[in-house]
Design a protein around this ligand. Sequence first.
Ligand SMILES: [Zn+2]
Length: 484
Amino acid sequence: MGKFYVTTPIYYVTAKPHIGHAYTTVIADILARWHRLKGEKVFFLTGTDEHGGKVEKYAADAGKSPKEFVDDVANSYKFAWDSLNISYDKFIRTTDKEHEVAVQRFANLIWDNGDIYKSKYEGWYCLPDETFIPDSEITDEKCPYCGRPVQRLQEDAFFFSLSRYREPLLRVFDENKTFLMPKSRYNEILNRLNDELKDLDITRKSVKWGIQFPPSPDHTIYVWFDALLNYISALGWPDGENFKEFWPADVHVVGKEIAWFHSVIWPAMLLAGDISLPKAVLSHGWWTVDGKKMSKSLGNVVDPMDIIKRYSEDAFRYFLIKEKPIWEDGDFSEKALVSRINGELVADLGNLVSRVLTLASRYKGEIAGDIDLENADIDKISSLFDSFDVTGALEEVWKFIRSVNKYINDKEPWKLEGAELGRVLNNSLEAIRVIAILLEPFMPASAVKIREQLGVRETKFSDIKLSTFNGSVKRGENLFKKYD
Ligand SMILES: [Zn+2]
């Protein structure tokens, strides 16, 4: 029996869950559910990233202590993931004691290995806010928080000798061409890595809300360095049973903006700690909203809870995966969502289930007979999942749904009777049973509803074949609602 370890990034608590977070998390959930279906042992990790000067700042603005602030935001993520039916095995928070201990242990380890040295960090500093601000967030030498002028300032900092790992990382990229997916991102990061690799400051003297750096306790560990270690601390590194069983990760699912951190900095850290590397990093594309970049100032941030309430968690999950290839950027609009609900969920799937079950519940004869319907292409679906192409896999499942609709239209069972009707009903019900299994990773709630109406329980991978129907049909309400 295989194992499968899949992670999402831990989400930074300065933002509430939005469509981008939901997207990454749904992809990871689909992969986790697929591998469970195959009978593998799965560990699915998600969580929140809770340290850093920015969090201190946001908490102060909200009139809360950092701890109260991060507790509230962590809860809003848990609530969103429960509402989206996310089947995570562990929700890690970087303020968890076990995580903090593991991070300090790791810092000590690579300090002892000689991979950390003391130097000076220079950056933009806002004096009233007592905060260093990344170059990328500065425009016109003004503080993004308070608008006052910032100044260049230096402070002591400890650096991780990242540059030492440039050659080993180039070898990793060379030996594993799917280490980072898609290929375009792989090439982009490889080019950057070929250019140069600078050492990285990993401590802050001015930030109090962070994990103490043991070799020099007046410093805290920089939030990125702290956060990346969640993938092993969550498993109980170095001695935990889960670490022994599940590490290395089979895939880290991330957005493209953090591909560099996950395919360069994180592997370099692991090499420094003499820990094996993840097998793959999947870096997906972004969402725009109504054709525009999503931003707080435009007020077009899509709240997953809002979509789930007005439509359903499955409609949202379906849309996210079906609307665009996972490697590419795509656009969210309610118009597009409604069009997929009406045109695909209602017209292809909902109607199929409803008309077959209506016919079957009226039929009093024996439901049995030869199979004259081609099954879904399981090999193709499996191989698409192996390359993490969840959009392609869903497309393939949908092809099957459409072929079953065509089968019914061709056979016109409403004109049949007796054994011939029993046979067509058997094949149609069996096809719907298979569809429910195949849809389980994508739309788990709908899969349950279909199984209930069919009166069947199987959800095993080996049950994905057409045979003799042995459920007991109980026509229920429509799976999906049509919208104007
Ligand atoms: Zn300021």
